[in-house]
Design a protein around this ligand. Structure first.
Ligand SMILES: [Zn+2]
Length: 56
């Protein structure tokens, strides 16, 4: 079994089949804390920065 732990806080996220050792993931609290700066603009209808470049 492959142990999955949160790469940020070390919380165990469980285990999954497919090998031996440790795999890193991210737990929901850390996902909100660390990834929300990237997710929030999308939830608020923000457009990708690349879209702005097509105006010129
Ligand atoms: Zn975590």
């Amino acid at each position: 079994m492959l142990s999955v732990i949160c790469a940020w806080c070390g919380t165990s996220l469980g285990a999954k089949p497919g090998g031996e050792g440790v795999s890193h993931g991210i737990c929901p609290p850390c996902a909100r804390r660390h990834l929300s700066p990237f997710i929030e603009p999308l939830k608020h209808g923000g457009r990708p920065a690349a879209a702005e470049e097509t105006k010129t």
